[in-house]
Design a protein around this ligand. Structure first.
Ligand SMILES: *Cc1c(COP(=O)(O)O)cnc(C)c1O
Length: 306
């Protein structure tokens, strides 16, 4: 398998579609959380931290990967979860299997509880590291800047240029990393984030903030604004079911043998279809960034997906 995990999928609505399979990254079912976690744990190892605290819901891909990274290093892992999140997902079962300690608190008490726990750990002589939910932050952004470079290398080696990259956008870190890569390279192309949760302007603002935070003052605001496309019309909210997305998932499995889920990649794929139609895009090279979430595909099969 090629190290970039980029594969052609053939003609798609009059365009040429390629996919980058981040879901095939080789640790703990991969996905963008695995790519981000790799960098976070480099920092954790180098900094001599001995305890990892993070935040996420029971069905979170992020929590699964963090729990697995901790387990392989025998680092204690504490996960703060909102009381409101549902039980029974495969990710949640994996988190348990991996031995992470999950503490459920009401959503409005989360940030208080995180501060309290970090203080408590320090008091008993621990050196804890806190990873934000979803691996949000400059380290997560850096991970996707590296991903952008892999895409660039593939393009150079295969003499192709992707006019558009489509992806599921949540905390915005993945999209921000790709855009930072694009800005650094001085490329022009559409990087189209399909929102899985937030509406605009807030959704887009968070992507913009992540870009500014990573790039510093080196880049003109105008360029950042121009490069940031965040489409919010293909989501009813985080984890909300959409019959059109649910219908698309078996279709994509049949046609390409690729699993999507209803929370992230299914929405992104559906959003891509709609966007191409809306903008009347034809004859272009498209890259769909598959951001992972394989356990959620299986949750969907047993009707347990959020
Ligand atoms: C977390 C996640 C996303 C969103 O990534 P962000 O960097 O938070 O925007 C997209 N797809 C999958 C499968 C995810 O787990």
């Amino acid at each position: 398998m090629e190290p970039s995990f980029i594969f052609p999928l053939g003609t798609f609505q009059g365009n040429s579609l390629f996919i980058k399979r981040e879901d095939l990254l080789p640790f703990s079912f991969g996905g963008n959380k695995a790519r981000k976690a790799e960098l976070y744990f480099r920092v954790i190892e180098q900094g001599g931290f001995d305890f990892v605290v993070t935040y996420g819901s029971g069905s979170s891909n992020h929590c699964r990967v963090i729990a697995n990274e901790c387990a392989r290093r025998r680092l204690p892992c504490l996960i703060i979860s909102p009381l409101e999140s549902e039980d029974g997902s495969y990710n949640q079962q994996m988190v348990q299997l991996l031995g992470a300690d999950v503490r459920k608190v009401p959503l409005n008490k989360v940030s208080e509880e995180i501060d309290r726990i970090l203080e408590e750990l320090k008091k008993v002589g621990k050196n804890p590291y806190f990873i934000k939910g979803g691996g949000h932050g400059n380290i997560g952004t850096e991970a996707y800047l590296q991903c952008y470079k892999e895409i660039q290398t593939y393009e150079e080696e295969n003499e192709i240029y992707f006019d558009f990259i489509f992806l599921a956008s949540g905390t915005g870190t993945t999209q921000a990393g790709l855009i930072c890569g694009q800005l650094q390279a001085g490329h022009e192309r559409g990087i189209i984030g399909i929102s899985v949760a937030r509406k605009n302007p807030r959704g887009r603002d968070i992507v913009l903030e992540s870009i500014r935070s990573y790039m510093g003052r080196g880049v003109a605001e105008e360029q950042i604004q121009k490069a940031t496309v965040f489409e919010d019309e293909y989501t009813e909210g985080y984890g909300k079911k959409d019959a059109r997305v649910s219908a698309l998932i078996p279709e994509v499995l049949r046609r390409y043998g690729i699993p999507l889920d209803a929370t992230y990649t299914g929405k992104a794929f559906w959003g891509m279809q709609q966007y191409l139609e809306k903008e009347n895009i034809k004859g272009k090279n498209l890259l769909f960034l598959h951001t992972g979430g394989t356990p959620l595909f299986f949750d969907g099969l047993r009707g347990r997906e959020e």
